[in-house]
Ligand binder design. Sequence first.
Ligand SMILES: [Zn+2]
Length: 295
Amino acid sequence: MKTVEYCTDTPVTRVGDIQVTSLLDGWLSLDGGAMYGIVPKTLWEKQLPGDGLNRVRMAMRPLLVRTPTHTLVVESGIGQAILPDLHERYGIERTGPTLDELVAAQGVDPSSVDTVACTHLHWDHSGGLCKLDGAEYVPSFPKAMYVVQKGEWEIAANPSNLHKASYAPESLKPIEKRGQLRTIKGGGEIVPGVSFDFTGGHTENHAVIWFESNGEYGVFFGDLVPTISHVPTAWISAYDINAGGSYEAREALYPKVLERNARCFFYHEPEYPVGRLVKDGRKIRGEPIPRQDRA
Ligand SMILES: [Zn+2]
């Protein structure tokens, strides 16, 4: 069985004049069968072996993105979202700093972050958008605009029974209350060089995020492709609300990623936070980008 070499540092990748730092909020362990959907264990355990409870241990890697004109954070980890019972069930490992502290550790003043964007608002991606100040949540970045898909916000702020287990609305609402929410419907520019590409699939309103500078490209997959082992088109998580939609979104997105030779950022990837897509005959797989080739 493969030994997983967990990446615990914060690699920096360049996309033209854009500098992308993969941060680390913590870890969670999700059922391998759920994480790999229809893919049999005999296949997925060669990529990411499960623990004694058949769970695969995955990272949460928000991005700190510095463009020539803006300072952004993409995705947020679980942060201090209060999730009764879930910490044990999902093997959540995080006792460390809040997202603003992770950003400060990179030499960036949290109050200089002007934009925060999310692919979707499930609690493992949005729990750190706000942090606790006493018993009250306040935005982790006091001067930032938080940019999310309109439909995603509507579901997250007021989840139905179907969605209740996936969102932590109390840790999101202060963003709107303080006038820091900006919603976009579908594709569109977040700031110059950074844009949404709507996919659906994982959630009804999931969108991946592109970086573009001086003819170079990067793409942050969110949960459309959570780890590098999920790149093959049919390796779709059972957490996706619409697996067929994810398949179609990947079929539409991958040719663009290949053509642009985009650097790919994997939010839940335990070993290789940055990679690229490679075409092998008719199949597409993920390949890590070695450290020396990223900067
Ligand atoms: Zn996730």
